[in-house]
Write a protein that binds this ligand. Structure first.
Ligand code: BGC
Ligand code: BGC
Length: 618
């Protein structure tokens, strides 16, 4: 217990006693069953390993530093079992780092973990947020963010995206992705709404299973050399917080928490996910990282989850009485790996002390390490060569085959909200394209792109990618027409039709929280552009890129057609495919679309449901 908690007189018993609203009844939660199952021979092997490991070696497995704060020498000294790169933690701080640079970064840490001198040698594994493709890596294929994928209503496609993403992650010598996010975003003010497939758990359930299967493989391909560990995140209720506040408090009932937010975890487990990330948010005032009933009784008990629970970035430090470097509460609640990019050496010392004095039972430490070893054994890392020497390492990323999958996903994600007959574009047309998103791959890609926030990127940072303008130029050109790119909407030549591309600029996590669901960036400019073109008698197609449905009725009313393009990623040509009619519009809203800036929360099934465009529209 911390000094502060002592002074406040908060004993563990009191801290653990939840309010009536926050009481958990595991029996009402969905049960689950991993298809992998425990292998008695493997469990016996793990028991043998645990018997030979020192406490120090065990503690090293349950701490995950970020590479920036650890040296390979430290991996040896502290017996570290895994390392992550957070958003934008690119080799040497150079976002143009190549696949080779990434492998060269990882290899020495892995080798350090294999250094002789221990009775049990445990290979280190590496994790990254590959949340829309391998998005920290230069030249990777970038898929639409989850909100766009939700509109595609296509689980087979999701599985395929998982396969491609796994291949690109493997190319860089990594083992593990912090994905999929299976949040069910219920208030679109939330800055992470775009990481959510849908406000409806049905789609999220199907996609959770499909993405886990794609990333990890299934049956014979399960965690083979072409697949990676997946992470269902963030457990639990990240999309249910009051006001959509990131990392906030959720006050939904236990029944709603289970029904809306919990079910997809059962699906992820049924599909074989090997890790689950605990969430920053709290539920009725208790931080999820401290919620033993949910982490242990529900997830590991009721749902039978036998992989490990990963922490979120410094999230344990937010628990009252905890700090980044000291938090037995989280570990005793069921957390198996601390996400501790900063004070991990102090955390190591404190964990050792707490295991020594019994604050953390040895059985709890053994359980956590058993889970970690189980996943490593299932993956076969003990038998694999070093990252630099694995068959899948160095395979090309951003290949035409991979990009074709992303292009298809973009095309399928587009939702047509209005069309006065101007779409599809006529062949041989002269098309003017304007707006700040017209030739802007950074805006297409949103947050979690080469950096955490995805800000400060230019088209030159995306080799092999295609902006919407570039895609249109090729496709319209092939049909005998031409495309004029004009930042301010003027052109010497009169166009037959104009396309105005606008929307949100990149953000991630709490940086994207808003007080309402209005479009804040360039709202005035986009409307003025549409009106200016219309005043000249030019038909206008509005294409909006955004991480959530937004109140934009003035733009919708002013334009002849309106396309919700979400955050499509690196393949802008997928938008051209649909605008010119090579493919039909197929996307249907997986989120309800608001008719007022203050119309939030807004979800299908609400009493008095009265959206601008209902869930499923398109
Ligand atoms: C995010 C997670 C992410 C982690 C590691 C956190 O801030 O909430 O989704 O996996 O950082 O980058
Ligand atoms: C990291 C992200 C992380 C975030 C959490 C950033 O500095 O790069 O990966 O999710 O901090 O706040």
């Amino acid at each position: 217990m911390s000094a502060l908690a002592l002074m406040a007189g908060i004993g563990p018993a009191q801290a653990a006693a939840p309010s009536a609203a926050a009481t958990v009844h595991p029996g009402i939660w969905p049960a689950a069953r991993s298809p992998i199952g425990l292998d008695p021979a493997m469990e016996k092997r793990i028991t043998g390993m645990l018997g030979q490991m020192t406490v120090e070696e065990k503690v090293g497995q349950v701490i995950q530093p970020e590479w920036k704060t650890i040296t390979p020498q430290d991996v040896i000294a502290y017996h570290i079992g895994s390392i992550e790169n957070g958003g934008g933690a690119v080799p040497k701080g150079d976002k143009h780092s190549t696949v080779k640079d990434w492998v060269e970064l990882i290899e020495p840490y892995y080798r350090a973990s294999m250094a002789p001198g221990r009775k049990v040698t445990i290979p280190l594994i590496w994790a990254s947020d590959a949340v829309h493709g391998h998005n920290n890596v230069y030249g990777a294929t970038l898929f639409p963010h989850n909100i766009g994928l939700g509109a595609a209503h296509d689980p087979d496609l999701i599985r395929c995206i998982g396969e491609v993403t796994a291949a690109e992650v493997r190319s860089t010598g990594m083992d593990w992705s912090f994905a999929p996010t299976i949040a069910v975003a219920r208030d679109d003010r939330w800055g992470r709404t775009y990481e959510s497939y849908s406000e409806d758990p049905k789609i999220v359930e199907q996609y959770a299973a499909a993405m886990v299967a794609g990333l990890e493989g299934q049956g014979k391909t399960f965690l083979d050399g072409n697949h990676v560990i997946s992470t269902a995140k963030h457990f639990l209720g990240d999309g249910s917080t009051d006001g959509g506040r990131d990392q906030g408090d959720s006050t939904v009932s236990e029944a709603d928490l289970a029904r809306l937010h919990g079910v997809a975890y059962a699906d992820a487990i049924n599909a074989g996910t090997q890790s689950v990330m605990a969430s920053y948010n709290s539920w009725h005032g208790t931080k999820m990282h401290a919620n033993r009933a949910l982490l242990t009784d529900v997830l590991k008990g009721r749902m039978g989850f036998d992989g490990f629970i990963m922490g979120d970035w410094l999230a344990h430090g937010q628990i009252p009485g905890c700090s980044n470097s000291d938090c037995a509460t989280a570990f005793n609640a069921g957390l198996d790996i601390f996400n501790e990019p900063q004070d991990w050496k102090l955390l190591y010392a404190n964990l050792l002390r707490e295991v020594g004095n019994g604050t953390i039972p040895m059985s709890r430490l053994d359980d956590a390490v058993r889970r970690i070893l189980r996943v490593k054994l299932r993956m076969g890392v003990f038998d694999e060569p070093s990252p630099a020497n694995r068959p899948a390492t160095f395979r090309p990323i951003g290949t035409p085959e991979h990009r074709a999958v992303a292009r298809e996903a973009v095309a399928k994600s587009l939702v047509l909200l209005k069309n006065n007959g101007v779409l599809p574009l006529k062949p041989k047309a002269t098309v003017l394209i304007t707006g700040d998103g017209a030739d802007n791959i950074a805006m297409q890609s949103g947050g979690w792109t080469l950096s955490w926030q995805g800000a400060d990127n230019t088209n030159a940072d995306f080799p092999g990618a295609t902006s919407i303008y570039e895609g249109l130029k090729t496709e319209v050109g092939a049909s005998g027409g031409q495309v004029l790119l004009s930042p301010d909407g003027t052109s010497a030549q009169a166009p037959d039709v104009a396309i105005v591309v606008f929307g949100e600029t990149p953000y991630a996590e709490f940086m994207g929280d808003q007080p309402d669901v209005a479009l804040h960036h360039d709202n005035v400019e986009s409307l003025a552009l549409i009106k200016k073109l219309k005043a000249q008698g030019i038909p206008v197609v509005a294409v909006m890129m955004s991480g959530r449905p937004l109140y934009v009725n003035p733009q919708i009313n002013a334009a002849d057609a309106f396309v919700a393009a979400w955050l499509p990623g690196s393949e802008g040509a997928g938008i051209a495919d649909v605008l010119i009619g090579k493919r039909d519009f197929q996307g249907r809203l997986s989120f309800s679309w608001p008719k007022r800036p203050d119309q939030t929360p807004l979800n299908v099934g609400d009493a008095g449901y009265d959206p601008q465009f209902p869930y499923g529209y398109g």
